[in-house]
Design a protein around this ligand. Structure first.
Ligand code: ZN
Length: 102
């Protein structure tokens, strides 16, 4: 039997029979490699294309150190799911963290 616990509070969702909520988050750069800027259009089209290709290669080289696309998946109990919907990025938490430093 597959066992589920809440990824936020650790509550055992299999034992208590509460509904389980799944949260999926995907983070990736909002950069379109095929996008051609005005600068590219000023130049020789073939030159511009090769520059874009080079840009792609640089991107994939960076990918080895920092993953460009990262997905997260969480199982949440109803209570934590409600909290997540109110504050998906944990901004309230981060703000209170900032205040405590001062
Ligand atoms: Zn929970």
């Amino acid at each position: 039997m597959v066992h589920f616990t809440c990824d936020l509070c650790g509550k055992d969702l299999t034992a208590c029979g509460d509904p389980r909520y799944v949260v999926k988050i995907e983070a990736f750069p909002g950069f379109d490699p095929t996008e051609i800027t005005e600068d590219d259009l000023d130049e020789d089209p073939m030159e511009a294309v090769s520059q874009i290709l080079q840009r792609d290669e640089q991107l994939s080289a960076e990918e080895t150190s920092t993953p460009l696309r990262k997905g997260f998946r969480f199982d949440l109990c109803p209570g934590c799911h409600g909290k997540f919907l109110k504050d998906p990025l944990g901004k309230e938490f981060l703000r209170s963290f900032d205040f405590s430093k001062n």
